[in-house]
Every structure is written in structure tokens, then in C-alpha cells.
Write a protein that binds this ligand. Structure first.
Ligand code: ZN
Length: 112
């Protein structure tokens, strides 16, 4: 049993690769690739690799439909993560000196 979806890349069928060639001499075509559904890319592991044959096809889709994708969850204001910033002098080498290390720690705001 074959379980697959067609690649959603809008130009997948235009890439000149041998594995896209279908048909008989005189009526050959470049066809959209199949994306097989496996345990690693389906169900709870569904990801971009469930719908696209390659990073390039994903990028083509995202660039073509970026306005529609953003409309799903528009960002109208900045998000913020509470942090604490500490600076510490760190010795390097033997008598070579020190440098300042900046440590950023996320502050737990859930009362924990
Ligand atoms: Zn593709």
C-alpha cells in the first residue's frame, strides 16, 4: 500500500531531474514528485517534510504564499521573554588574560 501526498512546491514539476520524467517517447512530462508518508514524517511527527520533497520546494511555496501564511497568525506586537543578564570574568589560557562572558538566563514567570 502506497501512502503519499504530492509535493506542494508550486514549481516542483518544472525541475529538470530524471526522477520527475514520466510518459512514453513523444509525450513525456516532468511530474510533481510524491512525498512518501513514513513514521518519521506523519502523524504526530508531521512537518514540512510531510508535504515537500525538498527545502527548495518548501521555499518556493513559502515565498509564493507568504501573505496567506502570515495571515494565519499575524504578529502585531513584539513578544518579550523576561531574562536576567549577568557578566562574569573568565580566565583563558595560562596567564593569557580574561574575557567577559555574558550569561542570559530566562526568568521563570510561572511562580516556580
Ligand atoms: Zn517538490
Amino acid at each position: 500500500m502506497s501512502n503519499f501526498v504530492w509535493c506542494h512546491g508550486p514549481s516542483c514539476h518544472k525541475s529538470h531531474t530524471q526522477d520527475r520524467i514520466r510518459g512514453v517517447k513523444g509525450s513525456k512530462v516532468l511530474r510533481t514528485k510524491k512525498v512518501q508518508q513514513h513514521a518519521w514524517n506523519s502523524g504526530e511527527r508531521t512537518s514540512m517534510y510531510s508535504y515537500f520533497c525538498s527545502q527548495g520546494c518548501y521555499n518556493d511555496f513559502a515565498n509564493t504564499y507568504v501573505r496567506e501564511v502570515i495571515a494565519i497568525a499575524p504578529r502585531t506586537e513584539a513578544l518579550e521573554t523576561p531574562i536576567e543578564v549577568t557578566k562574569e570574568q573568565v580566565q583563558y589560557g595560562y596567564r593569557d588574560g580574561t574575557y567577559t562572558n555574558t550569561r542570559i538566563t530566562t526568568v521563570d514567570t510561572n511562580g516556580g
